[in-house]
Design a protein around this ligand. Structure first.
Ligand SMILES: Nc1ncnc2c1ncn2[C@@H]1O[C@H](COP(=O)(O)OP(=O)(O)O)[C@@H](O)[C@H]1O
Ligand SMILES: [Mg+2]
Length: 248
């Protein structure tokens, strides 16, 4: 069964259209949503979650329609969007207190365990955390209400290489038991080499390809040049697709 299924998702802005985006994610897998800046990654994630109102499309999460069961679905997901951060001056403890009240299946001992494991101090303010620690705190909150689907918008952007690697290792651990899945957007191809099972590539608001990593790369073999003796890397796929004259 799919943990997330997106069919024909469409969102129109005055100068941009997210055009009939479709893909699905199974349990126990990590999907990377990749594309250059402005390709429509954030718009896709926000439309899935009804944070912006999509014009068309069906979203099924954990086997039911997301828009028809939004509150119930939200109990079972963990969502982290970068960029805007409202809580700079708040202590983690205060944010946790608000979050705890929202979730019916909040697990305090799991929360304490993850805070300790991630070396997070509840008495610190958000602004005192590094970018990597902020993502880890969000993950701790998500795991404390046993979120099955984690959705992150560019979680690794702005992280140093070591923190980025730590986070990707953590992602792999989180899905290991097959009970959870992760969907995260990135423009960093090395994130996907290290971490993704599946890749959805979005260009100018359209899905170019969505597949398991190896078949994804295979589907771009037409971009190979005669001098390429080996398979293409993800970086080559992306550079050649974005720059190629054969405007895919
Ligand atoms: N609220 C909005 N109103 C109008 N246009 C928007 C809005 N949000 C995003 N866009 C436009 O949609 C396009 C895709 O943006 P976005 O989804 O943020 O791309 P990405 O996350 O891949 O960098 C951009 O051209 C952006 O200007
Ligand atoms: Mg974005």
């Amino acid at each position: 069964m799919n943990i997330l299924s997106v069919q024909g998702l469409t969102k129109q802005y005055p100068s941009f259209t997210l055009q009939s985006v479709s893909f699905s994610l199974s349990y126990g897998r990590i999907m990377g949503l990749i594309g250059v800046n402005g390709a429509g990654k954030t718009t896709t994630l926000k439309s899935i979650l009804n944070m912006v109102c999509p014009d068309d499309g069906q979203i099924e999460m954990l086997g039911r329609s997301f828009p028809d069961n939004e509150l119930a679905c939200k109990q079972e997901i963990g969502v982290v969007f970068g960029g805007v951060d409202f809580y700079q001056h708040k202590k983690l403890r205060d944010i946790t207190n608000v979050t705890r009240r929202f979730y019916t299946n909040w697990d305090e001992s799991a929360y304490q365990k993850y805070m300790q494991e991630f070396n997070l101090d509840e008495l610190k303010q958000v602004k005192q955390l590094s970018a990597g620690m902020r993502v880890k705190y969000s993950i701790a909150l998500a795991l404390s209400h046993h979120a099955k689907l984690l959705i992150f918008d560019e979680p690794t952007s702005g992280l140093d290489p070591v923190s980025r690697d730590d986070l990707l290792v953590l992602f792999r651990q989180l899905i290991k038991d097959g009970q959870r899945s992760i969907l995260f957007s990135t423009h960093i191809t090395s994130d996907l080499e290290k971490c993704a099972d599946d890749i959805t590539y979005i260009k100018k608001g359209k899905v170019l390809a969505s597949a398991e990593k190896e078949s994804f790369i295979q589907s771009f073999q037409h971009l190979k040049e005669p001098s390429d003796s080996r398979g293409l890397t993800l970086e080559e796929v992306m550079l050649r697709t974005e720059r190629g004259s054969n405007n895919v």
